[in-house]
Ligand binder design. Structure first.
Ligand code: 5GP
Ligand code: MN
Length: 336
């Protein structure tokens, strides 16, 4: 961040303010960890901070400190819109285009409030007064640690903030294995452990909390896996009927897409999940190496993200969406 930006933000934070902190719709570990980490930090600076999520967050993140105070826009639109309208300052974390908040975008677009964006996705939109945007970071949580450090307020970091930030670093780095994981990421993680974050407990809360039904759903997903060795590609499909059969709850399909990449020789994996309620097929893409799924998701499936992890959606049927995907595959160059 530039010095004048840091000065500008410090001026905004110099007196107590009403601050709304917003993650993207269907928030993941990084979105919830970064918003809650910043929330605890801003409260220590005597601000009236509120995390406002566009929709529900998954159960496996409900242990995060402060998650019980998160407002959910889509559950109570009118009242939550009022909270947004009364904010003096708005942080948007872990996304960079207001449409990523779903219907909340309509409320946000009308506000004259200053926005601060902290994010690591490609191609940020131009809505924020201050922007700390850098795709070289593996997680927004790592950036929040830096942000607090840039403000010269590292002494306010504590075990609670550290636990939130450690969570997003772990989830967005695939437990420290994705290429954006640097020695600096490990230094930040080490600092968070020194502050009291309990890595073993956090890992257990995140990954060893499966329900029986979730594992059964995973079994079905793996049976549905289709492999195209010529295209170094695999994909998984899940119908709404299958989700219902295994008593799907939010978060149950998180991470399943990665199994496709674990097959030898596969560099591109996708999962197509039918969502009858929203009338869409939600898609996740993952890749290894130089195959750019952000570009792929943007070009063909109304989405975006990062080079090796992106998402998108389709309003066509599940079968048609997959048919489109297979025909697009044959036009790609997989010699990357
Ligand atoms: P996931 O597949 O886990 O939902 O998302 C992978 C990455 O792509 C995340 O960084 C997420 O924020 C981003 N992403 C997921 N869906 C979309 C989408 O519809 N649009 C854009 N721009 N990014 C997405
Ligand atoms: Mn992220």
């Amino acid at each position: 961040m530039k010095e004048e930006e840091i000065k500008g933000i410090l001026e905004l934070l110099a007196s107590p303010k009403k601050i709304a902190i917003i993650p993207h719709r269907s928030p993941d570990g990084d979105a919830m960890g970064s918003t809650l980490g910043l929330y605890h930090f801003l409260k220590k600076l005597n601000h009236e901070a509120t995390v406002i999520a566009p929709n529900e967050f998954p159960e496996f993140l409900a242990w995060l400190p402060g998650s019980e105070n998160v407002l959910i826009f889509e559950k109570d639109k009118e009242n939550v819109a009022k909270v947004l309208q009364s904010a003096d300052l708005i942080f948007t974390l872990d996304f960079n285009a207001l449409h990523r908040t779903g219907e909340m975008e309509n409320v946000l677009n009308k506000l004259k409030t200053p926005f601060i964006m902290i994010d690591h996705h490609q191609k940020p939109d131009d809505y924020a007064t201050f922007m700390y945007s850098n795709t070289k970071f593996g997680s927004t949580c790592e950036m929040i640690y830096n942000f607090i450090s840039y403000l010269g307020k590292k002494e306010l970091l504590d075990e609670t903030i550290a636990s939130c930030l450690y969570t997003g670093i772990v989830t967005d780095s695939g437990s420290f294995r994705f290429p954006t994981t640097t020695s600096e990421t490990h230094r930040v993680a080490a600092a968070l452990l020194d502050l009291g974050a309990r890595n073993g407990d956090i890992h257990n809360s995140l990954f060893d909390n499966n329900s029986y039904h979730r594992l059964q759903l995973l079994g079905r997903a793996l049976q549905n896996l289709k492999v195209f060795p010529d295209y170094k590609t695999s994909y998984i499909r899940l119908t709404q009927q299958e989700l219902d059969e295994f008593k799907y709850v939010k978060g149950d399909t998180e991470g399943i897409v990665n199994y496709g990449l674990t097959i030898k020789g596969i560099i591109f994996a996708a999962i197509f999940i039918e969502n009858k309620e929203e009338g869409i097929v939600k898609i996740s893409f993952r890749s290894q190496g130089d195959f750019d799924v952000n570009q792929f998701a943007r070009q063909y499936f109304n989405g975006g993200g990062h080079i090796n992890a992106a998402g998108g959606k389709s309003t066509k049927s599940l079968d048609e969406t997959i048919k489109d995907f297979e025909s697009i595959l044959s036009q790609q160059n997989f010699n990357v």
